[in-house]
Each structure stands twice: as structure tokens, then as C-alpha cells.
Design a protein around this ligand. Structure first.
Ligand code: IPD
Ligand code: CA
Ligand code: CA
Ligand code: CA
Length: 258
């Protein structure tokens, strides 16, 4: 079989995600099985695991020569970025999923030889699927998303993860003081999606590759900056303090964090 076109891959991934959404909604009607991973604030449920197993099996059947990096361990031990690398976060915002039954997302990214090609963030409860990449553009439920305005720090809302604020890491309280306001959502996927639509102008958090893999592709396609918090490039296989920002907000924030 010849290699599928990007449009065919895109349609296929969207079909998987819609099937996964049906599965997750069905499982939400029955009691969740919740376990702790590293501690009481780091949860995993039967649904995170079942959905990752499902998505990884679909990826392997569709694209057997790929590597898959999945949060819950059903993928491969990925140590290099050669070839096709899929990145899967089956439920992003597991704490919200458990406590609120809302404000969580599924995310898939495809990197080819280290370059971001396709990204997907699915806000499950709102049924809002953000998709695309540099050669397709960005879409929300198949409608094009326009490039967000280049808003300065003082004129826009910032989302910063809780520990960075409570522990006063890298002068984040000052970033908040200089902004138009502070918000926190508890799901990197939801926060990236709000960056795409311009509802946020900065998002800062310590993230793992599956937390930022998809969002980075979509945000950069729309001209947003996705870097380490000091403005240097991210490595797609490493965890790091990540800053997503408009160009102007990034310029405003870098001197504040020193
Ligand atoms: C978490 C969420 C959260 C972020 C954490 C992530 P998970 O993802 O995105 O907002 O602050 O760093 O680990 O574990 O719920 O998929
Ligand atoms: Ca997790
Ligand atoms: Ca996550
Ligand atoms: Ca997760």
C-alpha cells in the first residue's frame, strides 16, 4: 500500500478520537476506578488506561513502523525522534475528569523526524476538536481557526499552573500582576486550546511531552511561541517548564522572569 496522504491521516485520526469520545462518555456512566501514581495529586483511572490502549492499538494497526509515546505506558520506550513518532495523552486533566467530570481533553500528535506534522486536542465534554498542523492550518470542528491577535501581557489573561504560583517560581506572581488577569484550568490541553482561540495570551506549566506535543504543533501553526520558559527551544522528548505566549507577551515576560 502506498503511504497515506496527510489529509487521509488527518481524517483517520479524527475518526479514532470520535470513537474514543464515545467510549469515554460511556465509561463515565459507570463508577471510575481511580489509582494514585506518584501521590494523591497524580491520578490515573481505568478510562485513561483503556483509552490509551485503544488509541495505541489503532495507531499500530494503521502505521506499524511508527513509534508511539504514551503517558500510561502502552506505547514504546521512545529514545529517538527518527521516523514517525506519535504522542498520546489519553485523558489530559485526569484530576478534573475525576473531580469535575469536565474540563479534560484527549491529545494526539504526530512528529516525523522530529518535526511536528499533525496535532489534535479534543475537549470531550464541549465536543470541540482542535486539529491540524503547519501544512493544513488549524481547525475547530473542521472550521478554520484564525491566527490569534498579538496581545501584550497587560491586555490579556494568563494561565499558570498552581505550583508555579503558590511556590513563587520564576517570579510568576509578578507576571500575573502585570497581566489583565489570572486563570487556571488544570488541563494543558484545555489551556492550549484557549491559546489557539486567543482567550488566553500566555500559559506556563511544567509539562511532559504528551502534555505539550499536540498543542505545540497547533499553537506554532497559528504564530504563537512555544518554548522553554526562558525562551529557548523545547525538546520533544523531555519534560520542561513550558511557556506558550503571543510574541508580545513573550517579550514582556522574559525580562520579568530574568
Ligand atoms: C496534567 C494536566 C495539568 C498539568 C500537569 C499535567 P494529566 O496532565 O495537563 O494541567 O499541570 O502537569 O500532568 O496527568 O492529567 O494528563
Ligand atoms: Ca497523568
Ligand atoms: Ca497530560
Ligand atoms: Ca493524561
Amino acid at each position: 500500500m502506498s503511504e497515506p496522504t496527510l489529509e487521509q491521516v488527518d481524517q483517520t485520526v479524527k475518526t479514532w478520537l470520535r470513537e474514543s469520545r464515545d467510549l469515554v462518555l460511556k465509561r463515565m456512566a459507570t463508577p471510575l476506578n481511580v489509582d494514585q501514581k506518584t501521590g494523591r495529586k497524580d491520578l490515573v483511572t481505568n478510562v485513561d488506561k483503556e483509552n490509551e490502549r485503544l488509541l495505541v492499538s489503532k495507531i499500530r494497526a494503521f502505521s506499524p513502523d511508527s513509534q508511539v509515546l504514551g503517558e500510561e505506558g502502552f506505547g514504546d520506550q521512545v529514545t529517538d525522534t527518527a521516523g514517525w513518532v506519535w504522542v498520546v495523552d489519553p485523558i489530559d486533566g485526569t484530576m478534573n475528569f475525576v473531580k469535575q467530570r469536565d474540563h479534560f481533553a484527549m491529545m494526539i500528535a504526530l512528529y516525523i523526524d522530529g518535526q511536528g506534522v499533525l496535532g489534535y486536542i479534543y475537549d470531550v465534554i464541549n465536543d470541540a476538536l482542535y486539529s491540524g498542523g503547519p501544512s493544513l492550518g488549524v481547525f475547530k470542528n473542521d472550521q478554520p481557526v484564525a491566527q490569534p491577535a498579538n496581545v501584550a501581557l497587560r491586555d490579556g489573561l494568563v494561565a499558570i499552573s498552581g505550583p508555579l504560583v503558590t511556590e513563587d517560581v520564576m517570579n510568576m506572581p509578578e507576571v500575573i500582576r502585570q497581566s489583565a488577569g489570572f486563570r487556571a484550568y488544570g488541563s494543558a490541553g484545555i489551556e492550549f486550546s484557549l491559546m489557539l482561540t486567543g482567550e488566553l495570551i500566555t500559559y506556563v506549566s511544567y509539562l511532559k511531552p504528551w502534555d505539550f506535543g499536540a498543542g505545540k504543533i497547533l499553537a506554532e501553526t497559528l504564530g504563537l511561541r512555544v518554548t522553554r520558559v526562558d525562551g529557548t527551544p523545547l525538546s520533544m522528548l523531555s519534560s520542561d517548564f513550558v511557556m506558550v505566549a503571543t510574541e508580545k507577551a513573550q517579550q514582556d515576560i522574559l525580562p520579568i522572569i530574568g
